[in-house]
Design a protein around this ligand. Structure first.
Ligand code: ADP
Ligand code: MG
Ligand code: MG
Length: 199
C-alpha cells in the first residue's frame, strides 16, 4: 500500500531529479521553446519540497493537491497549470484515504492525465507531456518499472513528431527532430516513483 509518506517521497525525489536535470530540460526547451522549462520546474518543485517538509499533509490525496496548488502558483509558463492540474486532479481522485494501492493510484493518475488533456487540448501524438504520461498510466497497473520504461520511451518518441500544442507548435515543421521538454520532465516524474518506494 502507498501512504502519505510514499507520496511525499515521490515529490522530493522528483524535486532532486529536476534539480539534476534542469540544464538538460532547459537546453531541450531552447531548441523548440523559450529556454525556461528546467528553471520553471526547479522553482516549482523546490517550493513543493519546502512546503512538504514544513507542514506534511496527512493523506496521499492531500500531499498531491497541495503539491499541485504550489506548482500552479510558482511555475511561470504553460507547464505550471498543466502539472498543477495533473497532481491536483490525481489527489482529489484519491480522496481522503490514508493508504491506496497501485491500481487505485493508476486510476487516479489517469483522471489527472485526462484533466491535463482537457485543459491543454493536447492528444496523443501532439508532442507534449501527454506523450509520456499516457503510456505511463497504461503501464502503471503492471509496475512502477513498466511505467518508467513507458514514459521514457514515450518521451523519446516525441522527437520525430510535429508539435501541435504550446510554443513548439509555432515552429511548425522545424519542431521535428527535437525531443519535447515537457515529455522529458514527465518521464522524470514517473521515474521518481521507483525511487520513492516499492510498488
Ligand atoms: P512555456 O512553454 O510556457 O515556456 P514550459 O517551457 O515550462 O512552458 O513547458 C513547455 C512544455 O509544456 C512543453 O514541452 C509541452 O510538453 C508542455 N505543453 C505546452 N503546451 C501544452 C498543452 N497545451 N498540453 C500539454 N502539454 C503542453
Ligand atoms: Mg518554456
Ligand atoms: Mg516560458
Amino acid at each position: 500500500m502507498l501512504d502519505a509518506d510514499f507520496f511525499r517521497r515521490w515529490m522530493t525525489v522528483t524535486a532532486a531529479s529536476v534539480d539534476r536535470e534542469a540544464e538538460r530540460l532547459t537546453a531541450l526547451d531552447s531548441e523548440i521553446g523559450d529556454a525556461d522549462h528546467g528553471s520553471n520546474l526547479q522553482r516549482g518543485f523546490r517550493a513543493v519540497k519546502d512546503a512538504l517538509e514544513k507542514e506534511p499533509p496527512a493523506t496521499p490525496g492531500a500531499v498531491l493537491t497541495q503539491a499541485g496548488r504550489l506548482l500552479v502558483s510558482t511555475v511561470g509558463g504553460a507547464s505550471g497549470p498543466l502539472y498543477g492540474t495533473l497532481l491536483r486532479r490525481t489527489g482529489k481522485t484519491l480522496g481522503e484515504a490514508a493508504e491506496v494501492d497501485r491500481q487505485q493510484f493508476a486510476e487516479a493518475l489517469r483522471a489527472g492525465v485526462d484533466a491535463v488533456m482537457k485543459l491543454g487540448g493536447a492528444a496523443a501524438g501532439d508532442k507534449t507531456m501527454i506523450d509520456a504520461l499516457l503510456p505511463a498510466v497504461d503501464a502503471l497497473g503492471e509496475s512502477f518499472a513498466a511505467a518508467r520504461d513507458a514514459a521514457r520511451e514515450g518521451a523519446v518518441a516525441t522527437t520525430p513528431m510535429l508539435a501541435r500544442k504550446g510554443r513548439a507548435s509555432y515552429l511548425g515543421e522545424r519542431s521535428i527532430g527535437h525531443q519535447d521538454p515537457g515529455a522529458t520532465s514527465s518521464a522524470l516524474l514517473i521515474s521518481a516513483l521507483l525511487d520513492a518506494g516499492p510498488g
